[in-house]
Design a protein around this ligand. Structure first.
Ligand SMILES: [Zn+2]
Ligand SMILES: [Zn+2]
Length: 306
C-alpha cells in the first residue's frame, strides 16, 4: 500500500492499480499537501463559503484558481511546498462572489508579475460590487468562454456554469498529465460542464449541501430557495450521481469542494459519493475532500474506492 496525503489526511490505495499523476509524496502532519506527479502539482488553499483558492501547475510554474484566501497565509504554505511567488504566473477567477475574489488585489500586489485571467463581464461585476481597486484592470488578461488560452504551459478553456454572480464559469485545464476540470458554484450541471467533465482525469466538483441539513437549517426560506435553485449550489446527491454517470477509467481523482459549513459535513459528502461510486463499482484511484473551511486545520476526509 502507498500513502498520499491531502490536507493532512491519508489516502491509501492499491499499488496494483494503474498509476496516473499525481504520484504519492509524504507530508508532515498539519500542513496542506501538494500533490505531485513528475510534474503536476495540486494544492487546495481553502474551500467553502469562507474562501476558495487552489494552486495547479508544476514545481516550476502554475496558476491560482480563485482568490478567496488571503495570500498572507497561502503564500507561506505554497513556499513550504517549493512553490515560490515568482512561479505563480496567473490567477483565474470562476465568478465574482466574495468567497472567490475577496483577496484578488492582495494576490496581485504580492505577486506583481502575475496576470488575472477573467472575462470582461466578471471584471465589471467585480469592480461594481466589491471595493476592488480599479488598477486591477492593468493586470487583466481578458478571456472568453469556449476560447482556449495558454498559461504556465497549460491550455485552459472556460465553460459556462449556472450560478447567480455576474458571470460564472468552470475551467477545463489540459496539463502534461491529463485534463483537470474545476466545476464549483453551480446550481445544475450545464451541458458544457458535463462535456468537459466527461473527459476529465482529475475532477474538482462542488458538493455544497445536504438536502436534509439545509431544510432544517436556520437559513431563511428565501436563502434556502436560492441555494437549491438552478443558479445556486450543487448538493451532494447531484454531484455524486453525476460523477457516477460519467465515470470512465480515465477519471482517476475526484476532489470534493465547496462544502457548506452549516449544511454539510465531510462525513456526509464522502458517504454519498462513496455509495454512488461503489454502486457502479468504480476502480477510482482516489477521491478526497478539498478542505471545507480552511486548509490549515486537519479535518477533511479521504477514502479509497475499491
Ligand atoms: Zn462560492
Ligand atoms: Zn458563488
Amino acid at each position: 500500500m502507498s500513502k498520499v496525503n491531502l490536507n493532512s489526511l491519508t489516502i491509501d490505495f492499491d499499488d496494483s492499480a494503474p498509476v496516473v499523476a499525481p504520484s504519492p509524496r509524504p507530508s508532515s502532519a498539519g500542513t496542506p499537501e501538494v500533490h505531485q506527479g513528475p510534474d503536476l502539482c495540486f494544492m487546495s488553499l481553502g474551500s467553502g463559503s469562507s474562501g476558495n483558492s487552489a494552486y495547479l501547475g508544476t514545481r516550476d510554474s502554475g496558476i491560482i484558481i480563485d482568490a478567496g484566501i488571503n495570500p498572507k497565509t497561502a503564500l507561506p504554505e505554497l513556499a513550504r511546498n517549493g512553490i515560490t511567488p515568482e512561479k505563480i504566473v496567473g490567477i483565474l477567477l470562476t465568478h465574482d462572489h466574495q468567497d472567490h475574489v475577496r483577496y484578488i488585489f492582495a494576490w496581485l500586489r504580492a505577486l506583481r508579475h502575475a496576470q488575472v485571467f477573467c472575462t470582461p463581464r466578471l471584471m465589471s461585476g467585480m469592480l461594481r460590487k466589491h471595493s476592488v481597486q480599479r488598477r486591477i484592470k492593468d493586470y487583466q488578461r481578458p478571456i472568453y468562454k469556449e476560447m482556449p488560452f495558454k498559461v504556465a504551459g497549460m491550455e485552459i478553456t472556460a465553460f459556462d456554469t449556472s450560478h447567480d454572480a455576474s458571470d460564472n464559469m468552470g475551467f477545463s485545464i489540459e496539463t502534461n498529465h491529463g485534463r483537470f476540470v474545476v466545476t464549483t458554484d453551480t446550481g445544475v450541471i450545464t451541458e458544457r460542464a458535463a462535456h468537459y467533465m466527461r473527459g476529465a482525469n482529475f475532477l474538482m466538483i462542488e458538493c455544497d449541501y445536504d438536502d436534509v441539513l439545509l431544510e432544517h437549517s436556520h437559513y431563511t426560506e428565501m436563502l434556502k430557495d436560492r441555494i437549491r435553485g438552478p443558479r445556486g449550489h450543487l448538493k451532494n446527491e447531484d454531484a455524486a450521481r453525476f460523477v457516477a454517470s460519467i465515470y470512465s477509467r480515465q477519471l482517476t481523482h475526484v476532489f470534493l469542494c465547496h462544502l457548506s459549513r452549516d449544511n454539510n459535513s465531510p462525513e456526509l459528502a464522502v458517504e454519498v459519493m462513496t455509495n454512488a461510486l461503489c454502486a457502479c463499482r468504480t476502480p477510482l484511484r482516489q477521491f478526497a475532500l478539498v478542505h471545507p473551511v480552511t486548509p490549515l486545520l486537519p479535518s477533511s476526509k479521504a477514502k479509497k474506492i475499491d
